[in-house]
Design a protein. Structure first.
Length: 86
């Protein structure tokens, strides 16, 4: 499990923005986004998975208008894995 003290939400927001996301919401067209985290903001969202480990950590952003959620894998953003390619 990752060291929860090292989760840096602002770092991941910056990486996501540098990659050109998020653009407008694919459901409603709004450009009003927010991050969705646990109350203490110590980690991203943990999703169960196969092949990568027991979980994959994501940072989740949500549309403030319609509630659409978009998850971004922190290990891919960090360059630790190549989008499932290696």
């Amino acid at each position: 499990m990752m060291d929860e003290a090292k989760f840096d939400k602002q770092k991941y927001i910056k990486i996501i923005q540098e990659k050109g996301a998020p653009k407008s919401c694919p459901l409603c067209g709004s450009n009003d986004w927010m991050t969705v985290t646990r109350n203490d903001e110590s980690t991203g969202t943990m999703l169960p998975t196969q092949g990568i480990g027991s979980y994959i950590e994501t940072i989740t952003i949500g549309c403030r208008n319609c509630g659409f959620l978009s998850q971004h894998a922190t290990k891919i953003l960090d360059g630790e894995i190549n989008g499932g390619q290696g």
